[in-house]
Write a protein that binds this ligand. Structure first.
Ligand code: A3P
Length: 277
């Protein structure tokens, strides 16, 4: 637990390692060319990472990148400092307030992947059942749902997570929001806009090929190694269903009511909009 936020039991975050890692992150020397991809767990982080790397590589071929090597709270930081990628695509699920003391944060571009929170909650539940770093969260659905409403899940409150980025964007950090649902329903224009934000030209043909290459089925088939770090059996922990609206198969009417009420209260001052189906 760091500042009231439960963090997974990744090795760098265990016991006395936690303060050290937070200091390393605060002092991390972001290069001007770095991209930081941020997202609450289960929002489509892996998909976003892959799309961005293909835009950078200008080639629609799945990369060999093992995402945890690039995750600030999980990776070998020395390894990261020495990485020779043309443009580093770093990643974190951490709340933005944990990163704000880094003096170079305002020098880099930040992509935030957002997904409607009902699907995030269901996806997180299914993930937590299998994740070796989240053993305490292998709990029944109703208990998991209750933990969501009490903001007691790993990485803290989803509401606080997304609205912190919204505020920081208003205050001038170079942030763009990418919506999971837009990647599903209007991938061409969404990826084109993303490439523009990154300042990288991308032909329509390349975008079309990136969409095909990073399809759910294709990534599920060809990215099996990715899952194994969290789930040694590698059975569908990251690429589970890949749909919008799966929450309807899980939420009871009563849960939906509770959720909507909390959403309304927590997002009262937010302009962020989400598609739930
Ligand atoms: P589901 O559990 O609803 O299937 P993250 O990468 O942040 O852990 O997010 C994982 C979620 O994104 C999973 O949601 C997964 O199926 C979905 N996802 C990953 N790649 C996808 C793709 N190419 N197309 C659609 N959804 C994808």
């Amino acid at each position: 637990v760091y500042q009231d936020v439960i963090l997974p039991s990744f090795i760098p975050l265990r016991e006395d390692g936690l303060e050290k890692r937070m200091k390393e992150i605060t002092e991390f020397n972001f290069l001007d060319s770095d991209l930081l991809i941020c997202g609450y767990p289960k929002s489509g982080n892996h998909w976003t990472q892959e799309i961005i790397e293909l835009i950078i590589n200008q080639k629609a071929e799945l990369t060999q990148t093992v995402l945890p090597d690039l995750v600030l709270e999980l990776c070998d930081i020395d390894n990261l400092q020495n990485m020779t990628m043309a443009r580093r695509t770093l990643h974190t699920h951490l709340p933005l307030r944990f990163l704000m003391s880094n003096k170079r944060l305002d020098k880099i571009k930040i992509v935030v992947i957002l997904r409607n929170p009902k699907d995030v909650c269901v996806s997180f539940y299914n993930h937590s059942k299998k994740d070796v770093f989240l053993k305490d969260f292998d709990i029944p659905w109703t208990d998991f749902f209750d933990k969501w409403t009490r903001n007691e899940l790993p990485y803290g409150s989803w509401y606080r997570h997304v609205t912190e980025f919204e505020k920081a964007k208003k205050n001038g950090l170079d942030i763009t929001f990418l919506h999971y649902e837009d990647l599903i329903t209007q991938p061409q224009s969404t990826i084109k806009k993303l490439a523009e934000f990154l300042g990288i030209g991308c032909t329509s043909d390349l975008v079309t090929n990136i969409i095909k290459t990073t399809s759910f089925e294709n990534m599920k088939q060809n990215k099996k190694e990715l899952s194994k770090i969290f789930d040694p059996e590698g059975k569908g922990i990251i690429f589970r269903k890949g749909q919008v609206g799966d929450w309807k198969n899980w939420f009871t009417d009563a849960q939906n009511e509770v959720f909507d009420k909390q959403y309304k209260a927590e997002m009262n001052h937010s302009d962020l909009e989400f598609k739930f189906s």
